[in-house]
Write a protein that binds this ligand. Structure first.
Ligand code: BGC
Length: 817
């Protein structure tokens, strides 16, 4: 313990109180021990500090009313920069904004892996690749924390979908967990030392992440050496005593004293050792003491941060197509700017990361500011999916008159958000129809895409250029103008594969799972690891992106041809800018293991470098690979293991554009049994993991599959959701009633979608804890009784009896939000 002197000053009740929030965003404080109140808030790509006064009358939903802050590009965007220095710089800027708002911990980065393109929250995550994710995450953390502000590494772990996120049990085999889902967290924890780690809502292999001792104690604390606060995702607490024992410190938000009371009781009745509580509180105390910087007066330069947001967005843009060098545009061309999004950009995702921006650029104005002669047609209404023929006709007329037609389309707000997943990967039909029509009218058509996740592009062959701006943040419009005009040479590369169709995705059959579980049957074959192994064609591969210049790779040299797995390998190669303009190239280094006996992907990203080169310039690039670059996770020894054999080092401009290769022989210094599934789970050796029989997955998992559907004859309990209760007669009625109410009050759009999902997919226990007990335990029990078909009269009696107390507590709840 670091702070025994302080812990000794705290009463049992105070210590218990430190394990829960004071309200939605603040931690408990104790004057007698010199511990001030600190604030934590969302994150990740800007600050969402709720403005209680809600002075801004334009505020629409609960999540919208925050103080203005710079809305930087979302992680789906920034990762495409592959620029670790720039992510660090963005972290520094975020840290400064936190200091200005006296926020001690920014709730991010979110580093979950993009297992399926459907996950509604993919825009908030970096990549389908764990190595890249880790690099981005660690630089984000180090940038923010360099300012004396903490981060919250989230959502730990295997939280790869929004559907039923508060109850679902992610069934993942140990190897996939280690190689795919935990690798990024490991890198961030070991090298970023985030002040807090946020455990995910879901269960992992049967146990809630908030009380998963293997995850929080064995892996995070003991193996990775984490000393810091594990905070629950908001409402992820199940049993706080189990949570503390497992290694969790802090329940957020406050449960209105309900859960701290359980801690006190557990210590008193000796079911929780006070030493365990002391250790957990010690880490909270440490967090509070570290937060000194955020109590001082600070300011930041709004314009400077806006300019930084523009630089980051521009450097993250991915040029997907540039036939006949249609781009960059030249100033003497007349440009038909088409599409609602050119004027009203889609620049950020929805949910807890929603920022109230300090400013907002749009591409139309920014192109004009750069000296282009633009005319505009709306083409579609962002709020409507169905094609509007009049608007399309107008756009076509305009396109006919211009030298170039630039069509701005993308996923609208309602398509992707925290709280629910996408159902398909198509763009709005109105947008696709518009591009088709415009491309027919003007052969010089360029599409500018917005959105935080993979989409299909049925018009790809019809257009000359495609520029992907993702969710570019508040300065995204300017960034697009910079790229279209050639002021910035695009250098972003995709950090997730764009499949030809949704059905091609390896998790397609296994996402989002059933009522109780989601089985990660594809195991380690996520993203390009699968597409490469199964020899699937894709629309755009992982790592892909064009430039206005060209690069040549040459002269790969390894400093060894044979080595032990304890040695490091230095890889050197040369890149030359062979075009006429300056530009940056993201060189990717993959490792393949052709002689391995355990099944492995064809290749895996193990290093990358973003290199800036003036026209004609060449540079030598050097990266160092160590054991982990060659290892797989051996479940027999529960450790990383390198098989003796030949390994190939592959250097390329994308995962499907390998330009250099060299081999090295590695000798293992560890004797270990290599797991062999060639008889029990042969599909994993071929990579054809579709229609995978249960027994092949269980062979990998090492146990039988848990029930995937709830037994409807079981009574409803406190951890059930209303959706689960729909199997009962009364539950069905309640679900219908809720959906009617939400339709009435939801106001449509993304807020309504989120409300729908969360209302019926939240466990009943959260009605109590997240309402600070306003909806009391007796009321929750009465609801459960109703759902279980018990006496309606009695249950109604409980509600009536509790009503006065509820009304009394309501203002407290409102104050805490
Ligand atoms: C999200 C977290 C977020 C928290 C606080 C949760 O619903 O999953 O990412 O930080 O809310 O807003």
């Amino acid at each position: 313990m670091k702070h025994k002197d302080i812990i000794d000053k705290l009463s049992l009740e105070q210590k218990a109180a430190f394990c829960s929030g004071k309200d939605f965003w603040h931690l408990y404080s104790a004057e007698n021990a010199g511990l001030p109140e600190i604030m934590v808030t969302d994150g990740p790509h800007g600050l969402r500090k709720q403005n209680k006064e809600r002075e801004d009358k334009s505020v629409k939903g609960v999540l919208d009313g925050s103080f203005p802050a710079t809305c930087f590009p979302a992680a789906a965007t920034t990762s495409c920069s592959w620029d670790t220095d720039m992510i660090y710089e963005m972290g520094e800027a975020l840290g400064e904004e936190c200091l200005k708002e006296k926020v001690s911990v920014l709730l991010g980065p979110g580093i979950n892996i993009k297992r399926s393109p459907l996950c509604g929250r993919n825009f908030e995550y970096f990549s389908e690749d764990p190595f890249l994710t880790g690099e981005m995450g660690v630089n984000f953390i180090n940038g923010v924390q360099s300012k004396g502000v903490g981060t919250s590494l989230k959502h730990f772990a295997a939280n790869n979908q929004e559907n039923r996120r508060m109850t679902i049990d992610s069934i993942v085999d140990e190897r996939a967990l280690r190689e795919i889902y935990l690798t990024g967290f490991e890198r961030c924890v070991k090298d970023g030392k985030p002040w807090t780690v946020m455990n995910a809502y879901n269960r992992l292999n049967g146990t809630y992440c908030s009380e998963n001792e293997w995850l929080l104690s064995d892996v995070l604390r003991k193996e990775w050496g984490y000393y810091g606060v594990v905070v629950t995702d908001w409402g992820a607490e199940n049993d706080i005593v189990l949570g503390l024992k497992a290694g969790q410190n802090l329940e957020m938000p406050s449960s209105g004293g309900l859960n701290p009371a359980k801690i006190v009781e557990a210590v008193k009745n000796k079911s929780l050792r006070e030493e365990v509580l002391n250790e957990r509180v010690d880490e909270v105390v440490d967090l509070i003491l570290k937060s000194k910087e955020s109590f001082k007066e600070h300011s930041f330069d709004i314009d400077k941060h806006h300019a930084l947001a523009r630089k980051i967005a521009a450097n993250s843009v991915v040029l997907l197509k540039n036939k006949d060098e249609i781009l960059p545009l030249s100033n003497n061309q007349t440009v038909a700017v088409i599409g609602h999004m050119a004027k009203e950009p889609r620049y950020q995702g929805a949910g807890s990361s929603l920022i109230n921006p300090t400013k907002l650029d749009n591409a139309l104005d920014e192109l004009s500011n750069l000296g282009f002669t633009c005319c505009f047609a709306q083409g579609y209404d962002k709020a409507v999916d169905i094609p509007n023929q009049d608007m399309i006709d107008g756009a076509v007329r305009l396109a006919n008159t211009a030298d170039v037609a630039v069509v701005f389309i993308g996923l609208t707000e309602v398509y992707e958000s925290e709280g629910f997943d996408r159902k398909h990967i198509n763009l709005p039909p109105a947008h696709n129809a518009l591009v088709k029509a415009v491309a027919q009218a003007n052969k010089n058509t360029v599409v500018v895409l917005s959105g935080g996740a993979a989409v299909t592009m049925p018009w790809l062959e019809d257009v000359r250029g495609v520029v992907h701006g993702f969710l570019g943040g508040q300065a995204g419009g300017g960034a697009i103008a910079d790229v279209l005009s050639g002021k910035v040479n695009p250098s972003g590369k995709l950090t997730e594969t764009y499949p030809l169709k949704l059905e091609d995705n390896p998790s397609y059959e296994y996402f989002p799972g059933n009522q109780l579980t989601v089985e990660y049957r594809e195991s380690i074959y996520v993203g390009y690891r699968y597409y490469d192994k199964a020899l699937k064609s894709v629309l755009f591969p992982f790592g892909y992106g064009l430039s206005y210049t060209t690069f040549e790779y040459s002269d790969i040299v390894l400093d060894k041809t044979e080595m032990d797995d304890t040695d490091t390998l230095t890889v050197k190669f040369t890149i030359k800018n062979t075009g006429n303009v300056d530009g940056a190239e993201v060189a990717q280094v993959y490792v393949g293991s052709p002689s391995s006996t355990i099944f492995r992907p064809e290749k895996e990203l193990k290093a990358f470098k973003k290199v800036f080169l003036k026209a004609g310039e060449e540079k030598e690039v050097s990266v160092t690979l160590s054991k982990r670059a060659f290892a797989y996770y051996n479940v027999n020894i529960h450790d990383w293991h390198v098989e003796t054999g030949e390994y190939t080092v592959l250097v390329g401009a994308s995962s499907r554009d390998i330009l250099l290769s060299a081999s090295v022989k590695i000798n293992s210094t560890v004797t270990a049994d290599i797991p062999d599934y060639s008889e029990t789970a042969p599909a994993y050796y071929s990579g054809i993991i579709t229609n995978l029989p249960d027994r092949q997955f269980t062979a990998l998992l090492g146990r039988e599959l848990p029930l995937s559907e709830r037994d409807p004859s079981l009574p409803i309990d406190i951890n059930c959701t209303l959706e689960m209760a729909a199997a009962t007669k009364r539950g069905e009625k309640i679900n219908k009633l809720i959906s009617t109410i939400i339709k009435r009050i939801g106001g449509g759009g993304v807020n309504e979608e989120m409300m729908k999902a969360s209302a019926v997919q939240i466990p009943i226990r959260c009605f109590v804890t997240m309402s600070l007990g306003v909806f009391s335990w007796p009321m929750a029990q009465a609801l459960i009784d109703i759902l279980n078909g018990k006496s309606l009269v009695k249950a109604t009696g409980v509600f009536i009896k509790n009503l006065p107390a509820t009304l009394k507590k309501l203002p407290e709840l409102m104050k805490s939000l």
